[in-house]
Design a protein around this ligand. Sequence first.
Ligand code: HPA
Length: 284
Amino acid sequence: MTSFGRPEFEESVAAIRKQTQQQPVIGMILGSGLGKLADSVEQPDVIDYNNIPHWPMSTVKGHAHEMVIGRLEGQSVLILRGRSHFYEGYPLSQITLPVRVMKVLGIETIILTNAAGGLNRNFRSGDVMLINDHINMIGLVGNNPLIGPNDESFGPRFPDMTRVYDPALRQLAIDVAAEAGIPLMRGVYIGLSGPTFETPAEVRFLRMIGADAVGMSTVAEATVARHSGMRVLGFSGISNVVIDDPESERETTHDEVLAAGEVIVPRLEAIVRGVLRRYEAPAL
Ligand code: HPA
């Protein structure tokens, strides 16, 4: 299997630096149906993923293939419009290459967003959930993005995962949402491989083990970001309520997931903008 290390990250970084003069400090990855968040970036330098070596290409409808670097709410941001997923066949080391590239570029904080199914019975389609913690389901069964030789220059062999999602940034998001009158759920995200949606029996199992939202991304990216000392903030847009009854007439579809983005984007945008407005760089 191809592996991805410093030389590959440096080549990707060099290609990006050739295409922008800006020095972003906050990275963002936008999930299914959430790409519109990048539309309001000012002074954008747009880089097609095709023009960055080693970059994993998303093949999924609802995901674009570009990086947008520019300014949002006074901050210098690098936004990935579209991500790749494990179910597309990429190794986790390549799926998380963009996170390592952000780190090498000097980015200190990453905001991860995704579309997710609502497991928590209080959640409705269109809700936004602040990710408090995650369950790395793919990791628990033996595929963690940090498996393989450890590059100590990024982080330790056995990284602590007690606070993957930065407590201060979470509090900031809670404050911003409360002040703007936007309901903000909180909970645990569980990352599965997909591409199948869950069976009703799996849904009941995932609830039982403490997950509130289920999706097919984010966890590997958060793990690699945390490993290298980046601050992580994560949001799930609840695109659909999962189906726990095998007799149900309903089905889960990708189009439903994309459609919910229309409701989620304005809420998420208001929260993210508020966070950026009040963001302070971490003390060194
Ligand atoms: N399950 C898994 N991933 C998802 C879902 C879901 O119901 N909705 C959006 N992404």
